[in-house]
Ligand binder design. Structure first.
Ligand code: UDP
Ligand code: MG
Length: 329
């Protein structure tokens, strides 16, 4: 499958944001799995600008586990962009992305690698066969999100596939060369059309700590998802405009008839309702335009989506474990 051979067979990329409480559990469960695979591997732990002791703890754990590579971003850029930083840095022939909170069981990685090799496919999706451990809120919002995205992106988006997946070097190279500013990988990867397989798993409960996906981040992911695959919301403005225009014409005719027959048009209520309604509709439409223009603006600015403050693989051996002189890329 991958065209060139890399010294590392498998890279495991894990974005981490304030995961101090989960990181020990994660490492304790991941390591035996990877050691047992019998392949060369690296674990790329991407610290997404954590404000707790995640990095310090990772640096300690690294002393005992040479394959653990720590990449630290300068600030919090969000799950998808942290994942992007990890995909850019990963060197493996195969790359697995997995959450740090053990909701995705590491034991499944072996199955994914096996499926990729045996079935000769480029992508292996981890598919949640049971989400009962997620909150009702999470499940219902996720349900709506996936229903909408399947309509916008296409039927190949699996509503039970999140970001736990294995990809071949070919796929990762394609992703790394996308010029997109905010790729939503769970939608972009299936849309590329690479051969794929699925491995079912049961979504577990978060091992420790709190979810790092507050409503604001979920809304951002949804806006990125919709605007990166569809311009349909822009058309809503046109249809609302047509509707408002037709309504207005009707009102004008009604007003003229009332005026002609000498009855006084009752004034205020209808007037301010119309003004408020139209004002609201216009603001919504402007906001929708803004979402797209904002993304065009960001694309033309072309700022780096993330900055790496530290990558342990570029650190010289005699440097102290704390990142005294981080390598900036
Ligand atoms: N995460 C991140 N940056 C963020 C938010 C989350 O790197 O700004 C990581 C987080 O540490 C975890 C993964 O993304 O490894 C998924 O986050 P979480 O488990 O909190 O999301 P949920 O499972 O609740 O949707
Ligand atoms: Mg989680």
């Amino acid at each position: 499958m991958p065209q060139h051979t890399s010294p590392v067979t498998l890279s495991v990329v894990t974005p981490m944001y304030n995961e101090r409480e989960a990181v020990d559990h994660f490492v304790a469960r991941l390591r035996p799995v990877l050691d047992g695979l019998g392949v060369t591997y690296e674990v790329v732990a991407v610290d997404d600008g954590s404000r707790d002791a995640t990095v310090a703890r990772l640096m300690q754990l690294r002393e005992e586990w040479a394959q653990l590579r720590v990449i630290s971003l300068r600030r919090n850029v969000g799950h998808q962009t942290a994942l992007r930083a990890g995909l850019h840095s990963a060197r493996g022939e195969y790359v697995v992305s997995i959450d740090a909170d053990l909701q995705d069981p590491p034991e499944v990685i072996g199955e994914m690698l096996g499926a990729a090799r045996e079935q000769d496919v480029h992508v292996v999706y981890g598919v949640r066969s049971d989400r009962s451990t997620d909150t009702v809120f999470k499940r219902s919002t996720a349900g709506v999100y996936y229903r909408v995205m399947r309509r916008l992106v296409g039927p190949w988006v699996n509503d039970q596939a999140g970001d736990f997946r294995l990809m071949s070097r070919t796929v990762v190279d394609v992703l790394n060369n996308l010029p997109e500013q905010n790729p939503v990988y769970r939608l972009v990867v299936p849309s590329l059309g690479f051969s794929s397989a699925e491995v079912a798993y049961v979504r577990a409960e978060r091992v420790a700590g709190e979810t790092k996906y507050p409503l604001s981040k979920m809304i951002k992911l949804t806006l990125d998802s919709v605007t990166s695959f569809s311009a349909a919301p822009l058309k809503i403005a046109t249809w609302l405009g047509v509707f408002a225009f037709v309504l207005c014409v009707g009102l004008i005719i009604a007003g003229l008839i009332a005026w002609g027959s000498g009855t006084v048009v009752p004034g205020w209520t209808s007037l301010y309702i119309a003004v408020l309604l139209l004002g609201g509709v216009q603001l919504i439409c402007l906001g929708l335009l803004g979402e797209y223009i904002g993304r065009i603006y960001a694309a033309t600015q072309n700022r780096p989506p993330f900055l790496i403050a530290l990558d342990t693989d570029t650190r010289k051996d005699n440097e102290p474990a704390e990142f005294a002189s981080p390598s900036v890329r």
